[in-house]
Write a protein that binds this ligand. Structure first.
Ligand SMILES: [Zn+2]
Length: 968
């Protein structure tokens, strides 16, 4: 429950939510399109083990809006939401709850208990999520959701993996991957990208490697990861680069380093003399003294023999360091490549939990980053350090637990994405990206560099890898593609555990199933699948394809539309695309809106700790969902650059006031007068009118429908909304303002009817143009405007408006006229004359006669003269008559405001008295008696005391206005 009072807007929105619920509006909106063209939307599933937060609002608004729009456009758009259930976010919370971390402790706790707790936590906040989604107006099938935890879902994921295997794209290999030692799992490259931090202080160490046959000559190598130095197996040089032998002035050592990197010595103020220069390839084969002697008995003779010498590698960089690479094959990508190629020992200095296991005794068991300084101290004592400093650089951290990552060579299962790179690029050609630059930019570039995807995780709570391995031969394995297949192979029937409705495929139960075949025993490999493999399989697995729903699957791949945040370009968008391309040679989706990341008003990241954004319920209860949606959706940063958008609550309030309140006021204006006159629409159809203002607003409407439709069809939501904002402004600040008098007139003549019909029609259509984006206020207006008409009971059951045929000439002319008026008003302002003061004449270029009255009234002039001369010229001379009229306009304005303050209705008649000691005021009142009476609905002069009285200032002269309602 929120602490504050709900605004009238919030209460109105809640009423509309209840009405939708009561009339099953969402279900009806689908039913009425049942036979229509299918529009497939795929929901990117969030985790329900965390609460929805402010940052989820934008993507939610886009999803709901686009689907409401497509429904109005005539498509059948079923939508079910999905839930992400597996993976580290869940495990991480459960580890915290049990106070355990790392494999050992989890195993001690018991995998069954651990996974049961994970399973219990996945839907912890599902109700809160559903409340949030519903309150912001997202229509979705909340009962019939898909969840990655479901057995059916997992079975499809297995099937996907088997397809990949059958295409020869699955392999097992030793691979260097970013690795989180706390989570004890490799991370994919795209996960790595989420966790880089700048300006991380780390040691910068120059280590010395004396030559075996000439210990006073030393190779100089540079590293920022001293914890890898005990694992040094070789050095590498660039064969084509020049290397210098330099003699240091202090001491008698000779150092070898790349000639282009001699600046490293100069930087440290070492004077030296150049002895000779050689090509890198001449250094190849030189043997050096190892920093630490190889652990005994761990490596083959060949590995031992190959260790600790110089190799050539064209990839060695001359951009930083010394041009001599320290090679620790277990802890780097190029290192591993070289290590495997040259059959080097894969020395392990740090284990899978990130603890030092080889190196100086005093550092053993320490976390690798803490071991750094002990290693530096130890090597310094042994004269193996040339320089050790601290430097800041960019370093990756685990995106989940913020532990510093390391590159670690582990055995992993891979999808050979690099082999299908060309297909990925080809199938991506058909995808429409909003904003467009992502297609060849962020996404396209990512595809060009697509690398093999490590899909196995040494974790617990996930879809188990369906791979059973021969216990005697790790190269002999079986990939299982369905439950039935597993049952046949294992010769057993999988049954649901007691108390469960479905078979549980999770660890540890699945690990108990063994396969015996031709005298061989197969056990499941321990790993689970990367949860991104699961979400990438979503287009298949959401339907339990190919086991069920073949027709639905065919209709929904590729999906017509998806949308998520910018960060998903290399995550969910990418993994879906990879899987759909490999399996079906198609993209997974046709249209994608990439939304920006919401930042706080000051440009900082949204932070719970800094509280730099309002709680979601505060926004719902104050500004309401419509204002929130419209603000996010219309913000161009959000949909046009997909960069970052700053959330500024005061801008959202401005929008509420300038757009939604303006529309409400226009609606109220209509309703007030229509009620007074008892005017009722007979139907909702394009009105015809002789009045130029009516023709103009209809043309503006038609123009807006066209522009808005075109942009929305192109998934450019901001561009679909902004023209509607302009129309709302024109409707209020031009059409209604200029037409006000037409509604005041007491006779129900033709012109008045045309004004009502036009305003009613335009309000109804504007509501429709807003319906997808601001579904609440749109429906509220619609229901009222169509009461008694044969129209759908909710705006969300209507068809998107088509543009009426309308003249564009009137738009052009009105634009010109408004330009002249603006110029005339500017001249008034320059002469310091209020608009209320009538003037005698203006001359301006000729326009159609029908605009004459508009110009005269707007500029408050007696006469409009057509002149040949181009410029607008207003006569600013004030005669005594004009002055008197100016005074009476001011008096009338005061009376109108007094009427309001006295609480009178617009059609109440009054008795009025105006008293003043000013001769000028009295004369004016006398002279314009009839005008005052008719405009203020005065029937008689007030006798005696009024119900309201006020002293006012008329052009510097005092007057007292007293009035009361006639008939009181
Ligand atoms: Zn981690």
């Amino acid at each position: 429950m929120s602490k504050h009072k709900k605004s009238a807007t919030a209460l109105a929105e809640e009423k509309i939510l209840a009405a939708w619920e009561k009339q099953s509006a969402f279900q009806k909106s689908l039913q009425r399109r049942a036979g229509a063209q299918y529009f497939a939307f795929n929901d990117g599933p969030p985790f329900a083990n965390g609460l929805p937060h402010f940052g989820h609002s934008l993507v939610t608004a886009i999803k709901d809006s686009m689907l409401r729009y497509k429904t109005m456009r005539g498509y059948h758009t079923p939508r079910r939401n999905g839930w992400d259930c597996h993976g580290l976010p869940v495990e991480y919370d459960v580890e915290k709850a049990f106070g355990v971390s790392g494999k050992k402790q989890i195993m001690q706790l018991g995998l069954e208990k651990f996974n049961a707790a994970c399973c219990q936590s996945i839907f912890r906040y599902k109700a809160e999520w559903e409340d949030f989604l519903a309150r912001i107006g997202r229509w979705s099938d909340y009962q019939n959701y898909y969840a990655t935890v479901d057995t059916d879902y997992t079975e499809s994921v297995w099937w996907v993996l088997k397809q990949i295997h059958q295409k020869g794209l699955l392999y097992r290999g030793l691979k260097s991957t970013p690795y989180c030692p706390r989570c004890e799992t490799p991370l994919s490259n795209f996960e790595l990208n989420e966790g880089y931090r700048d300006n991380v202080p780390d040691p910068s160490v120059f280590a010395l490697f004396p030559l075996k046959n000439d210990p006073s000559t030393k190779l100089l190598a540079w590293t920022t990861t001293p914890w890898t130095l005990p694992a040094n197996a070789a050095l590498a040089v660039n064969p084509r680069a020049d290397y210098a032998y330099v003699k240091l002035v202090s001491g008698d050592s000779t150092l070898i380093l790349a000639k282009s990197r001699l600046s490293e010595l100069e930087l440290r103020k070492h004077d030296y003399s150049l002895s000779k220069t050689v090509k890198g390839k001449e250094l190849v084969g030189l043997r050096y003294e190892p920093l630490y002697r190889l652990p005994e008995g761990k490596f083959t003779g060949q590995q031992t023999k190959n260790a600790h010498q110089v190799f050539a590698d064209a990839a060695v960089s001359l951009e930083d360091g010394t041009g001599i690479l320290h090679v620790a094959p277990r802890y780097g990508e190029t290192d591993l490549e070289l290590g495997l190629k040259e059959k080097l020992p894969l020395i392990e200095s740090v284990n899978a939990s990130g603890q030092l296991i080889f190196g100086p005794k005093e550092a053993l068991g320490l976390f690798f980053k803490e071991a750094d300084r002990h290693i530096i101290a130890d090597l310094t004592r042994h004269g193996r350090i040339f320089a050790a400093e601290m430097a800041e650089h960019t370093y990756p951290f685990c995106w989940r637990c913020e532990t510093p990552l390391m590159y670690f060579a582990t055995t992993s299962w891979f999808v050979e994405v690099s082999k299908v790179r060309d297909r990925l690029i080809k199938t991506a050609e058909d995808i429409n990206w909003v904003p467009a630059h992502i297609k060849t930019g962020r996404f396209g570039k990512w595809l060009e560099g697509a690398r093999d995807w490590a899909i196995s995780r040494n974790r617990y709570w996930g879809a188990p890898l369906p791979i059973w391995q021969n216990v005697d031969d790790e190269d002999d394995y079986i990939i299982v593609g369905s439950i039935k297949e597993l049952e046949d192979l294992a010769g057993t029937t999988l049954a649901a555990k007691e108390g469960n409705a479905v078979i549980d495929l999770h660890r540890p139960f699945i690990d108990e199933i063994t396969i015996k075949k031709a005298g061989k025993t197969y056990k499941r490999v321990e790993e689970v699948l990367d949860c991104w493999f699961e979400s990438g399989s979503m287009p298949v697995a959401q339907w339990h394809y190919p086991f069920e729903n073949k027709e639905l699957f065919d209709k929904t791949l590729p999906a017509d539309f998806i949308t998520e945040g910018l960060d998903q370009t290399r995550l969910w968008f990418y993994v879906q695309h990879v899987i759909a391309t490999i399996l079906f040679d198609k993209p997974a989706f046709k249209n994608v809106i990439v939304n920006g990341i919401i930042l706080a008003a000051d440009g900082q990241k949204l932070s719970k700790r800094l509280r730099n954004y309002p709680p979601t319920e505060d926004v719902f209860d104050e500004e309401g969902a419509d204002a929130w949606r419209l603000y996010l959706l219309s913000s161009t940063q959000a949909t046009e650059t997909a960069d970052y958008m700053r959330f500024d609550r005061s801008s959202m309030r401005d929008l509420r006031r300038n757009v939604l309140d303006t529309l409400s006021n226009s609606f109220r204006f209509f309703k007030t007068y229509a009620d007074v006159d008892g005017w009722k629409p007979k139907q909702l159809e394009t009105p015809t009118s002789d009045n130029i203002l009516d023709q103009w607003i209809q043309a503006r409407l038609a123009e807006t429908v066209k522009a808005s439709t075109k942009s929305a069809d192109n998934y450019k939501i901001a561009h679909a909304i902004l023209p509607v904002f302009e129309l709302i402004d024109d409707l209020s600040n031009w059409y209604i303002r200029r037409s006000r008098r037409r509604f005041w007139k007491s006779e129900n003549d033709k012109d008045k009817n045309q004004a009502y019909a036009t305003l009613h029609y335009v309000l109804a259509r504007v509501s429709q143009l807003l319906a997808p984006w601001a579904p609440f206020i749109a429906d509220e207006l619609w229901v009222d405007l169509t009461k008694g008409l044969k129209e759908p009971k909710s705006i969300h059951l209507t068809d998107w408006p088509k543009p009426d045929r309308a003249s564009t000439k009137v738009l052009e002319e009105m634009r010109k006229v408004r330009g002249y008026i603006a110029e005339g008003l500017a001249q008034r302002a320059a002469a310091n004359i209020k608009v209320r003061q009538p003037l005698s004449a203006v001359s301006l270029p000729k326009v159609d006669e029908s605009y004459r009255d508009i110009i005269a009234e707007e500029l408050n002039v007696k006469r409009v003269l057509w002149s040949r001369a181009k410029p607008v010229d207003i006569d600013t001379k004030i005669t005594p008559e004009l002055r008197s009229e100016g005074i009476i306009r001011e008096v009338i304005r005061y009376v109108q405001s007094a009427r309001k303050k006295a609480g009178l209705a617009v059609d109440d008649r009054i008795h009025l008295r105006i008293e003043s000691s000013s001769k000028e005021v009295n004369q004016a009142v006398e002279r314009f008696k009839d005008t005052v009476s008719s405009e203020t609905l005065t029937t008689d002069e007030l006798k005696g005391k009024g119900s309201y009285s006020e002293t006012v200032d008329v052009e510097g002269q005092k007057a007292v206005i007293s009035l009361k309602r006639a008939g009181m």
